[in-house]
Design a protein around this ligand. Structure first.
Ligand SMILES: C[S@@+](CC[C@H](N)C(=O)[O-])C[C@H]1O[C@@H](n2cnc3c(N)ncnc32)[C@H](O)[C@@H]1O
Length: 320
């Protein structure tokens, strides 16, 4: 499929699903009846392509964002009889699948992180350059917004969040400054927090990502428990896949990619005994085969029309 074939939606937005050619090829959903879980439905971009490529494919589409589900429902209306949409967390994919009457699936796709419509909507509070409430919840029903975390969590807990999820070296300094500032004026908006991060950590050098980028990333990961969700989803997807079924994950930063890589390596390994043991005692058997040892990345023509694709990494494994 050619990039020029992606149509503009009613609101003037052109959605190009990341690594769309590679996902179609490596998920191996070309022909015959098949059941696929799209755990990150978003705009329905990948699902739409799969449903067009294989007229017998059925999709269980999951998203925790109600707006995304509405958008995807429109995008997938052409194949409504082959699509089942559910609002929920992808870590619950096994239960959601049972609820939908599926006991096994041919493929699972996760394209993790936030979508462009979520980032571009100032009221969702994901963007550091658009003023809005410091919210960052993918699921607006969940109780904790980013500002609630910032105004409530202990200094130590905040330092851990910025260090672990943002890899910010001066995380303690930032947490200390937050704890001091919130006593006088609690945090509530994106631009205020972005300016505050710069005032504490300094402005980024030209050509580098703006300072608040990593601070926002860390808060977003914490608010949405993104890494925990990914770990649980991988564990639960494995028993659900049929033999020969494929699991594909697109991630956008090293923290996510490391989780996927570790999970695939562990499950593709035979013996996992500590080195030096004379005989194997673990009896571990491989249950997955890695389709690509190195992550697949976007080609220049895709990056040219979709900057977001530049940091995407796709890993695919097959159930043995
Ligand atoms: C990058 S977008 C997916 C785009 C989609 N593949 C497409 O082509 O339109 C990620 C979507 O996954 C959803 N999401 C992220 N984490 C989730 C989770 N743990 N459970 C359910 N949905 C999640 C987000 O709300 C967002 O709509």
């Amino acid at each position: 499929m050619d990039i020029s074939q992606f149509a503009e939606t009613e609101d003037g937005f052109v959605h190009i699903p990341v690594l769309y050619r590679e996902v179609l090829e490596l998920l191996k959903v070309a022909d015959g009846p098949c059941r696929i879980i799209d755990g990150t439905l978003g705009c329905g971009g990948h699902s739409s392509l799969i449903l067009k490529q294989n007229r017998q494919a059925k999709i269980l589409g999951i998203d925790r964002d109600g707006d995304a589900l509405k958008r995807a429902e429109k995008a997938l209306a052409f194949a409504a009889d082959r699509v089942h949409l559910m609002r929920g967390d992808f870590s619950d994919l096994a239960d959601l699948s049972t609820e939908a009457g599926w006991d096994s699936v041919d493929a699972v796709l996760l394209d993790v992180g936030v979508s462009s419509p979520q980032i571009d909507d100032a009221s969702r509070g994901f963007a550091l350059r658009l003023d809005g409430p410091l919210d960052m919840r993918m699921d607006t029903r969940s109780p904790d917004t980013a500002s609630r975390l910032l105004n409530r969590e202990s200094e130590q807990a905040l330092a851990d969040i910025f260090y672990r999820y943002g890899e910010i070296r001066a995380s303690r300094k930032l947490a200390r400054a937050i704890a001091k500032r919130r006593v006088e004026k609690p945090f509530g908006t994106t631009l205020d927090f972005a300016k505050f991060c710069e005032s504490v950590l300094g402005k980024a050098k030209p050509g580098k990502l703006p300072t608040p980028t990593k601070c926002f990333q860390a808060l977003r990961i914490a608010v949405n428990d993104e890494l925990g969700e990914l770990e649980r989803a991988l564990e639960r997807a494995l028993p659900l896949l049929r033999k020969g079924g494929r699991l594909a994950v697109i991630s956008f930063h090293s923290l996510e990619d490391r989780i996927v890589k570790t999970f695939f390596r562990h499950n593709a390994a035979g013996c996992i005994c500590p080195p030096g043991l004379p005989v194997c005692v673990c009896k571990h058997k491989p249950v997955l085969k890695e389709i690509n040892r190195k992550p697949v990345t976007a080609k220049p023509d895709e990056i040219e029309v979709n900057r977001r694709a530049a940091s995407a990494k796709l890993r695919v494994a097959e159930k043995l």
